[in-house]
Design a protein around this ligand. Structure first.
Ligand SMILES: [Zn+2]
Length: 143
């Protein structure tokens, strides 16, 4: 999560909402990829930290299935990212701060654990939640 927080800081430098993500290999130690929110920087509405990290991890592995991998992100995934995580077949989603307004991994929706889907990653929430949330509140206060 410390690495994801560092990624989030890079997003803020570019004027993007500070959200960062990393994908860990099945050994849960090796970092396969990282990403941070680049919507403003790239003008791409899908350039969320999780989507970018998942794409890069798949490129590193040379296949779209991220079986056994863990995605770590500073903010609870939105519906788009939750969908991408289910599609990528990650085994674990670890996030920091909850997103009561748009979260799709336990707050507003729980898409990643929807029993109607045939792939449901394990979810761990609240890791360094205060640090992750403070980064966001500081960013919005400064604007
Ligand atoms: Zn998202």
């Amino acid at each position: 999560m410390r690495l994801a927080l560092a990624e989030a800081g890079r997003a803020a430098e570019g004027g993007d909402v500070p959200v960062g993500a990393v994908v860990l290999a099945p050994d849960r130690r090796t970092v396969l990829s990282a990403g941070y929110n680049e919507r403003e920087a790239t003008g791409d509405p899908t350039a969320h930290a999780e989507v970018l990290a998942v794409r890069r991890a798949a490129a590193v592995l040379g296949e779209w299935r991220l079986t056994g991998c863990t995605l770590v992100v500073t903010l609870e995934p939105c519906t788009m990212c939750a969908g991408a995580l289910v599609q990528s077949r990650v085994d674990r989603v670890v996030y920091g701060a909850r997103d009561d307004k748009a979260g799709a991994a336990g707050s507003l929706w729980d898409l990643v654990r929807d029993r109607r889907l045939n792939h449901r990653p394990e979810v761990v929430e609240g890791v360094l939640a205060d640090d992750c949330a403070h980064l966001l509140t500081d960013f919005f206060r400064d604007r």
